[in-house]
Each structure stands twice: as structure tokens, then as C-alpha cells.
Ligand binder design. Sequence first.
Ligand code: GUN
Length: 301
Amino acid sequence: MNTIISDETILLKGKPVSKHIREKLTSQINELKIKRNIVPKLAVIIVGNDPASQVYVNSKTKAFNKMECASETYALPAEFGESDLIEIIEGLNKDVSVHGILVQLPLPKSMNTRKILMAVSPFKDVDGFHPLNIGHLFEGHPKFIPCTPNGIIEILDFYNIETDGCHAVIVGRSNIVGKPMFGLLSQKLRKGNATVTMCHTGTKNLSYFTKQADLLIVATGVPKYITSEMISENVNIIDVGINRIEDLNSPKGYKLVGDVDFNNCIEKANSITPVPGGVGPMTITMLLNNTVISAQKTSIK
Ligand code: GUN
């Protein structure tokens, strides 16, 4: 199953992991339909016209359709009122046909993101961003786990990457990736029990920490930020970044690169996720997973 690209380096592709999980989800979705007449349904809210967010939202709804789940999208103008948005969310909280609610981030600067995420029912918070769900995660009893970190755990599991007792270094402290990743890796959960160091923009001498990593997780949003001089031999690298950089040889005029300088690090690492095709395919699959879990629970409430 593993793709060996040199004597030492394993390419941690997301597609086979995603396929494996989607096969399991397909039978769960069928069972919900046949036995309980339930179709898992996601409501997506997007505010404004950020092109990257529009691409992500389209991919999410397409994946739901492909898996024969339902989705509805609320595409709202950037100047939409915060209290009107909260009213929509409260309506979705009460709608028994809706199992998951996702507010695409980032929201326009005029909106209070925290207030809006807190309006989503924790029982339909399939992004795992509500403070109650973050609390459950850090208490060691996760309910909805944020999709990208959860997808990373699945990759580590699928490719048998050891975390128990290892030193995991996370670069980036976002609420979407870095912080929940810390929660998952540091506790005695599946693929956890690591000693975890969290690095961020305030970290002095980043290389000092990244060189110590057995497992390096990078989510900075800065293209090719991590170079081979910053890592040790045999590190396992998870690159969360998806950055567009100019490429005049490509018909599109750009190419996608990660936060890790892939060509530069590949010889030294034990394993590495490619960009695109590494962590990317996992995020939407874990969103489907959380929505199916929610639908299974709603049915017995
Ligand atoms: N923006 C970037 N990643 C995400 C995500 O996982 N969920 C939401 N809601 N917005 C995002």
C-alpha cells in the first residue's frame, strides 16, 4: 500500500486513506437510509466572495452529492448582518432534517467569528469548532473532532506511523489545525501519547525545535517554509499547506505547493505527504464522517 519513492522515503498519499474511509461511510449511509429513512444532511454557510472559500465549499457539496448525502448552501453577501446570520444558524439548529452546520472561514472582518461559531449547536458542529467540542477534545473525550487534524490521525494510522513516545513538533497554532492537533497527539488517544511541542510566529530559533521532531506537522500558510536544513533524518512530515505560487510553465499560470519544500526535504525524511494529494483529500472525508456520526445520533434522540 505504501508508495516508496526512494530507499527511505514513503509518500503518504491521502487518496487511499480517504477511499478506505469512504467505503465504510457508504455502508453506514445506506444503513441509515434503509433502516431509518435518514439522509445525512449538511448546511453550509458562506459569507462574501473569497474565491478560495468558494472552491472549498463547491468541493464539499460535490462530495456530499457523490456520497448520496444531502447538502444546502447559504451563499450570503459580505455585508450580510451578523444578527441575521445568527438567526439563520438558529433556524438550522432547530431543523431536524439538518445534521451538520458548517460556517466557512474566514468570515468577513466585520463579523465576530467567535460569536457566530458559538451560535452553532454543539450537536451539529461537524467542524468541531464550538468551544464545547474543543473542551471535550482537550478533556480527552472528543465528540466532533476538527476535520483536518482528524484526517491527519487517519493518515498516521493507515501508514502505521508511530506516535507513542515520539516527539511531535507542530508549526502553527491555528484553531483549525495546530491547537486541535496538539490536543489529539498529546493525549492517550488513537495515534496519540506523543510529547508535543507547539511552535508559532513567536518561536525563536524554529530550527532548534523542528530538528528534534520525529513527527513534524506544518500548518503555517507560508509556501516552502520548512527546508531540509531545518529537519533531521528519518522525520515523518505532514504538510498541511496548500499555496498557489506562480508557474509560467503551467497552463493555469500557477501551481500548488505546501508549507514544506518537498523536493528539498524528500531525501532526508522517512515519509512525507505530497501537496496536492496528501492531507487535502482527507478534510472533506472527515466532514462526511462527522455528518454521518451526527445523523446516526440524531436518529436515536
Ligand atoms: N476554512 C479553512 N479550513 C476550514 C475548515 O476546515 N472549516 C471551515 N468551516 N472553514 C475553513
